[in-house]
Design a protein around this ligand. Structure first.
Ligand code: C2E
Ligand code: MG
Ligand code: MG
Length: 713
């Protein structure tokens, strides 16, 4: 019974992504951390490189200013030593007069050796070298004494002794000196080579470190950018997919939230947005498919669910329930009471369907006003009949509304699909409406639809073409039903009712052809004919029965014709009728259809002095407040309120209110269809003014009418 409308808004669930504990949750933090690490690494590389470059710089400077200088000095010392021997040999061979410049040269060389030795002392920075230098100084001393000894021999012009001294003393001393000097040179060279190697090594280290750090930075940058990109792109792709799913109406699939706070916030926003959209969608769906008063599904839902292609609901029976007299309740007891009745009927019907398992799949719908539908599936009519009876029982108890007891009387229209045939629910609905109308017209509680009813409808359509002929050939008759004062019992007038004696079909009730003549616009033919007959009757009555009025039924269609008033006036003039004896009855429901122009016409008729009556009051849609604006003078309470009124306290209250309201508006109140004395007495007690019904008299024609009229004279 309960329709499958969603009740709670859907929201996507959240599925968290696994992540490292130390990995920051915020994307900005991740980016800051990543870039911070990269910048730190770059700074470290740069610092290291600049530190090494400075060290290399110092090394080069020291090399240029100290080490190379020292090497050059040591090398120059070796050369000087070599030259000193040659210079001495030169001296030995030089004649005396040429010795002075040679002495100067030799002295110069010796001084230079001394100078270099002195300058190197304490500057070598190497213990071994310092030791060699000391030995060199000692060798220099022995060379010098050998030199002096040789010079002495030269000065003594003893060439042989000088040669001996040179060969025995100077040459070994010079050789020792040269050896030491060369040792110094070699060692210095070695040291320089060592330093160059160390510098090269350092450069290599620097290059290695720089490359390693740069590689590390690149690797870190790659890892960080990959991770960061992944932590943004993947959740973004998932969010994009989720957004597409949401756009397609899927609000349930879980949303995978990312590992970053920013993405999570977007996901959360998406989730809230989805919730809001889903809620709004459901609200729209609820408004579209549910009736707000009863919270039951409406006609749109019924048609959609049953015909919606997927065939969710297999329906082969449709039951229409119509709450009788709802409009009257609305008008007399107020719309709030009417709404209460609708809600109570909905609750009672729901309860009946809930109690019985057999009806679990049946759907109760509220179509409009007091009209409900139950769509169900049943192989036979028996369970449907049983359901209808249970609904009758459930609604038998009157409803107490604001101190009033109101009856919930129902009319049912039922339609089913013939066995083995699929009838669309829209057709079932239309058939059930036809059946409901048949039930109402026949004053029965229910009617099943049968194709004969449809055939009858078609026959009516056929009848219409005969109607024009009927008017021309006088197949129509005017019957009069007398109306009596309930206070005095005296006749006050009569209502003119049309009858059709069809040459082939026999008697046709106006209830059969009038509604169809109205629908097809042929009703003015009937009205004109009845007005003509009615005027003739009134013209006769002016002499014989001047106190009687005559009521003629007028259709809404007639009121749509602006010349209607003129026609009536012409007829009255033609027949010399005084207008106060003519009453025009207008069915209440018809007044609402084209209210504006109809009201203007009613005012013109009233201004002509014609009395106007509201017919079948209580079955239409007008409110009492609306009726107040109409220039009417009589209210005719519909027969459905009168039947068995003596047993229906709720209806009595309703009718009493209607009468009081009518009197409040200075209207004459007539009760239609009084068949029993009990009904008459009850209505009299309720304050009703006039009665019309079989109890007083059936509609009369011809001799019977004349006989009745004769009794009045
Ligand atoms: P209505 O105007 O309400 O007329 C009263 C109907 O109730 C008449 O039915 C009458 O025969 C019937 N009736 C009166 N007293 C009783 C009673 O005690 N018991 C029962 N069961 N019925 C009673 P009728 O003549 O069949 O007319 C039906 C409806 O057709 C009328 O209802 C009226 O709406 C319409 N109609 C009749 N004649 C004309 C006409 O000339 N023009 C138009 N436009 N409509 C007409
Ligand atoms: Mg009438
Ligand atoms: Mg009536």
């Amino acid at each position: 019974m309960t329709p499958h409308l969603p009740s709670l808004p859907h929201r996507p669930s959240v599925q968290a992504v696994r992540q490292f504990a130390l990995w920051p949750r915020r994307l900005s933090m991740r980016l800051a951390l990543g870039f911070g690490l990269l910048v730190s690494l770059m700074l470290l590389t740069l610092t290291l490189a600049s530190w090494h470059i400075r060290a290399m710089n110092d090394l080069t400077e020291r090399f240029a200013t100290h080490d190379m200088q020292r090497l050059l000095r040591v090398q120059s010392m070796s050369l000087t030593i070599e030259g000193a021997g040659t210079a001495l040999l030169h001296l030995m061979n030089a004649p005396r007069e040429q010795r002075v410049p040679v002495y100067a040269d030799v002295d110069e060389r010796n001084r230079r050796i001394d100078g270099i030795v002195a300058s190197l002392q304490g500057q070598l920075g190497d213990a071994q070298q310092e030791q060699t230098l000391l030995q060199l100084a000692a060798a220099r001393a022995s060379y010098f004494s050998a030199f002096l000894a040789t010079v002495d021999q030269i000065e003594a012009d003893d060439a042989t002794a000088a040669m001996h001294a040179f060969a025995d003393q100077v040459q070994p001393a010079l050789a020792a000196l040269l050896k030491l000097s060369n040792a110094l040179v070699n060692r210095e060279r070695e040291r320089i080579e060592e330093q160059v190697r160390a510098a090269q090594q350092r450069l290599e280290h620097l290059t290695l470190w720089g490359a390693a750090l740069s590689l590390l930075a690149v690797a870190l940058a790659v890892v960080l950018s990959l991770r960061t990109t992944r932590s943004v792109v993947e959740p973004m792709q998932q969010l994009e997919a989720a957004a597409k799913r949401i756009a397609a109406g899927d609000y349930i699939s879980p949303l995978v939230v990312g590992s970053t706070e920013e993405v999570n916030r977007v996901a959360q926003a998406l989730i809230s947005m989805t919730g809001a959209i889903s809620q709004r969608e459901q609200e729209i769906e609820r408004l579209a498919f549910r009736d707000p008063l009863t919270d039951l599904p409406n006609r749109t839902y019924l048609l959609k669910e049953c015909e919606g292609g997927d065939g969710i609901l297999k329906v082969n029976v449709l039951m229409l329930l119509d709450l009788a007299r709802l409009k009257t309740v609305n008008e007399t007891l107020g719309f709030a009471t009417g709404d209460t009745l609708i809600k109570i009927l909905a609750e009672r019907a729901k309860a009946v369907l809930l109690v019985q398992n057999d009806y679990a799949s049946a759907i109760l719908n509220h179509l409009s006003g007091g009209l409900f539908a139950i769509a169900m599936s049943s192989a036979t009519r028996a369970p449907v009949e049983s359901l209808r009876q249970q609904l009758m029982q459930a609604t038998a108890l009157p409803v107490l509304c604001g101190g009033h007891s109101v009856d919930l009387s129902l009319a049912f229209g039922l339609a089913d699909s013939p066995a083995g045939e699929h009838v669309p629910v829209i057709t079932l609905l239309r058939n059930a409406e036809v059946a409901l109308n048949v039930a109402k017209q026949a004053a029965q509680v229910f009617a099943w639809y049968n194709p004969a009813q449809e055939a009858a409808r078609l026959t009516h359509l056929g009848l219409l073409s005969d109607l024009r002929l009927a008017v021309a050939e006088s197949q129509l008759q005017m019957w009069l039903q007398p109306k009596f004062s309930l206070q005095t019992g005296l006749p006050v007038g009569a209502e003119a009712l049309v009858r059709w004696q069809h040459p082939q079909r026999g008697f046709i009730s106006p209830a059969e052809f009038v509604p169809f003549a109205e629908q097809t616009g042929a009703i003015p033919l009937v009205t004109n004919w009845m007005l003509e007959q009615g005027m003739q009757t009134l013209a006769r009555w002016q002499h014989s029965h001047p106190n009687l009025s005559l009521s003629i039924n007028v259709s809404t269609r007639d009121l749509q014709d602006a010349s209607f008033g003129q026609r009536v006036q012409q007829l009255m003039l033609q027949h010399g009728i005084s207008p106060e004896h003519l009453r025009l009855e207008i069915v209440e429901s018809g007044l609402m259809q084209d209210a504006h122009s109809s009201i203007a016409l009613l005012h013109r008729l009233r201004d002509m002095g014609i009395q106007l009556s509201i017919d079948d009051f209580g079955t239409g849609y007008s409110s009492m407040a609306y009726l107040q604006q109409l220039p009417v003078s009589e209210l005719k309470i519909d027969r459905s309120f009168v039947t068995h009124i003596e047993d229906l306290p709720g209806t009595q209250r309703l009718v009493k209110t209607m009468i009081e309201m009518g009197h409040g508006m200075n209207l004459l109140v007539t009760a239609e269809g009084i068949e029993t004395e009990a009904e008459r007495d009850t209505l009299k007690n309720l304050g009703c003014d006039v009665m019309q019904g079989y109890l007083g008299s059936r509609p009369l024609h011809g001799a019977a009418l004349q006989a009745w009229l004769n009794t009045l004279v």
